[in-house]
Design a protein around this ligand. Structure first.
Ligand code: 1GP
Length: 268
């Protein structure tokens, strides 16, 4: 396990390259399948595993998924220590990306403690966070202060979160939100187009957010190939998240090859 209270530093550390995170939705796959996909992603160069979804997740399936992922990664890490020819011993954190207070696991390394800033519902602005905070304290997982913004098209998270979407060309509005996130003391800003979005976050919005604050920028939703990932990276994304694409592949080697290609072309 990565040492406690170190994950925020790991996420915000300035990197020459944009890093990749895989998002696992526990409602869409069994824990075993999730673990195999994570292993393929880590072998491809993924730097973080996010676990969460916008519906149908609860603490039981989140916990079982986190444990299965941790077990497979620890097994592989142990195997590497037995092989003197292997010098790579990258550790990849498992971070919860919860839909709310009912989708937490004490087995994770950290949790994105986020405000869905452009929601119109007090539930996603503050109430779920208040409900989840005591659980986070008890389980001793690290909270990562994060502003979460849903941009058009927004998809299911936009609907569930009762979001007033940031439109593709609304650079002024995203600048104001980015500044607000910084003034609140958040360290991360996540720009979301919605899982499976037909169009990813407009690179112009990413650029505007990046230029108006000092926060670490994470971008996800609708990114399915290296070219799209590269556009987001070039616009200023520090992290790119992909979720759905992993669910298209049952074969681990195939998934590893696809993600390797995506991660390489993103920084190419
Ligand atoms: C994470 O919602 C994304 O922010 C994941 O989106 O499933 O479209 O990759 P995809």
């Amino acid at each position: 396990m990565i040492q406690k209270l170190k994950i925020l530093g790991y996420l915000t550390k300035k990197h020459a390259k944009t890093r990749h995170a895989i998002l696992i939705d526990p409602a869409d796959q069994t824990p075993d399948v999730a673990a195999k996909r994570c292993l393929a992603a880590v072998n491809a160069g993924t730097s973080m595993i996010l676990v969460g979804g916008s519906s149908d997740t609860d603490s039981d399936n989140v916990e079982a998924t986190v444990i299965a992922i941790r077990e497979i990664l620890e097994l592989v890490a142990w195997a590497k220590t037995q092989d003197s020819t292997r010098t790579d011993n990258r550790q990849v954190p498992i971070v919860l990306f919860p839909q709310g207070a009912a989708a937490l696991s004490s087995s994770a390394d950290a949790v994105t403690f986020m405000m869905l800033m452009n929601s119109t519902s007090s539930r996603y602005l503050i109430e779920e966070q208040v409900a989840g905070a005591p659980h986070i304290r008890r389980s001793n997982i690290e909270p990562l202060p994060m502003g979460y913004l849903v941009c058009a098209p927004g998809g299911k998270v936009g609907e569930v979160g009762k979001v007033k979407l940031i439109e593709k060309d609304d650079t002024k509005r995203i600048q104001a939100y980015a500044l607000t996130a910084e003034y609140y003391g958040f360290k991360l800003l996540y720009l979301e187009a919605g899982s499976g979005a037909k169009e990813p976050v407009n690179p112009q919005l990413i650029k505007s957010a990046k230029e108006s604050c000092e926060l670490t920028i994470i971008v996800g939703g609708g990114i399915r190939d290296g070219q799209t990932a590269k556009k987001a990276a070039d616009a200023g994304a520090d992290w790119i998240v992909t979720g759905n694409i992993a669910e298209d592949y049952d074969d681990s080697d195939e998934l590893q090859a696809v993600l390797t290609e995506l991660i390489e072309s993103m920084n190419g």
